[in-house]
Design a protein around this ligand. Sequence first.
Ligand SMILES: Nc1ncnc2c1ncn2[C@@H]1O[C@H](COP(=O)(O)OP(=O)(O)OP(=O)(O)O)[C@@H](O)[C@H]1O
Length: 709
Amino acid sequence: MGDEDWEAEIIKPHMSSYVPVFEKERYSSGANGDTFNRTPASSSEMDDGPSGRDHFMRSGFASGRSLGNRDAGESSKRENTSTMGGFGVGKSFGNRGFSNNKFEEGDSSGFWRRYQDGNDSEASGSSRRGGRGGFQGRRGGFGLGSSNSEYEQDEGMQRAGGLFGSRRPTLSGAGNGDTYQSRSGSGSGRGGYKGLNEEVITGSGKNSWKSEAEGGESGDTQGPKVTYIPPPPPEDEDSIFAHYQTGINFDKYDTILVEVSGHDAPPAILTFEEANLCQTLNNNIAKAGYTKLTPVQKYSIPIILAGRDLMACAQTGSGKTAAFLLPILAHMMRDGITASRFKDLQEPECIIVAPTRELINQIYLEARKFSFGTCVRAVVIYGGTQLGHSIRQIVQGCNILCATPGRLMDIIGKEKIGLRQVKYLVLDEADRMLDMGFGPEMRKLISCPGMPSKEQRQTLMFSATFPEEIQKLAGEFLKSDYLFVAVGQVGGACRDVQQTILQVGQYSKREKLVEILRNIGDERTMVFVETKKKADFIATFLCQEKISTTSIHGDREQREREQALGDFRCGKCPVLVATSVAARGLDIENVQHVINFDLPSTIDEYVHRIGRTGRCGNTGRAISFFDPESDNHLAQPLVKVLSDAQQDVPAWLEEIAFSTYVPGFSGSARGNVFASVDTRKNYQGKNTLNTAGFSSSQAPNPVDDESWD
Ligand SMILES: Nc1ncnc2c1ncn2[C@@H]1O[C@H](COP(=O)(O)OP(=O)(O)OP(=O)(O)O)[C@@H](O)[C@H]1O
């Protein structure tokens, strides 16, 4: 296939509803063998199975090609349709074949596409692509066997490399983002090799993540090279220190309960001044608009300054990033860090890992902000970008390395990073970093040659959720006397988010979504769905409904992911349809609403998702569609999350929870998510239970202050 594979996608116009199943036998070969027909079939395209849903929305919707908007026979030319700005450089798409805007997942009425390669010719009555600017969703060629799940087994299982090796059979189309990728195809693209998505299945199925290293992104192994070089972030001071305002509930943080467990915990601090940071850091804190510490900062900063290992759990959006960055930087400044200089092998003092590319980039920007004006140089490397670019960033000097695990291991394998000087190892979203998806990579990291033992380095873990079983795994990484800080209830939702659970069946979800979004107007909204394909599908559907929408998920090229996030951040596309890849950590100003179109399979993922709103004392709303056909297992943990956050619990949800009652349940669909305590509870250490506004000696009776809203 040539570079312009799939340029001419043709959608047969006569069907009125969407049919997902792709029947292989209906392919017809064009002159070059790449022209396919797609016929209607019955389907349950949202299934996870490899043959059903797999073929949902290959191109057109899925791969972002033409999606007709006209009736039969009309030529669609919806280039740059305004509602589709978020899909950037994709092809146009219209409505042909979807006359009632009906995209019934379970509908088996006719949907017939013809994909034709190379010559731009069109099948009967169909329109061809309309240039740039239309929806560009996932690519995936024609999915000859590719999976549709966000957590794709095939990606996760195909790694062929050794410890640092990375092999990825996936092929892509052009590096310009306009051609498509076929996992099983013979793509001869121009270098748009799609980096592995960080989030994928593990053996257990949903909601486990895998490292991007599985299958690799180094670009130096099999498969087309990744050529994407992310644009450098703005260098001017205003941009570096741009921030949003804390919200009306920021001061209420002071009443939240904080529990510190472990031996000899240093007392909390109440102000930045008490931290005794150097002047440059204080200036940067002021320029960032921070005047007051959040609870997790009050407790974590002195602990880290005292050189202790830490596992900290605090609600979403409550400032965990600064809680580790500031004391690490303070140490570095105090220790007189050597100014970075060009070297072929860099030896950073600090390594920070996080599970997604966007999140690690965000952490990097925070590190850059707080280290502004110092000689500390932070560098970020992540998958889906050109490996050479990562190397170039590193060799220029690197004190703080922010990395996704796969890219980190690749770079270590290339001997561009030495670990001997590592003094601080930070796992953000630590429960994710230690679970079955990333845990193996993390273990490899700490056993890499040169990596100081846990006794010789300081290891810090942060998250809003910390299931007990993951806490236990963390012992391998932490000194035995680590301190555990729990701000509020471990795994609890942020109380600044007003949570609503609606009972909505699968086939009513889209209608309900549109209704809600129309009421919301232009307020920024994240819509979470279960699978990558569904993300494209819903995004396309919303565009059809003239709701400016973009999407982010693991099958989009990295440039597209970044473009989508940019369009959402700046308000160009106020609706972002996302998979769980965007559930954690992302700190986007003014996200007023989160809609769980599909509930996640675990309650902790729910907590992270809704935490994209209601950040830093601001308020937000989360609406979740609960489908009794598939979500009953979440009823019990949901009731707990809602009541802990003092939200209304619908009677019907309580009934379902009651009828599905699991004795001994402690809040999780998969275990003790609500480990409200340090799992070392039985150890002989000392616990202190305080409110965030008081130091240990000042703390009032915690029971009196349980309510903090
Ligand atoms: N002390 C502070 N004063 C004002 N703003 C703050 C303070 N601490 C953090 N922030 C801001 O609050 C926002 C949320 O912080 P951050 O992203 O670190 O939260 P988080 O706890 O890591 O959330 P998540 O659990 O979702 O990852 C950021 O915009 C950050 O700049």
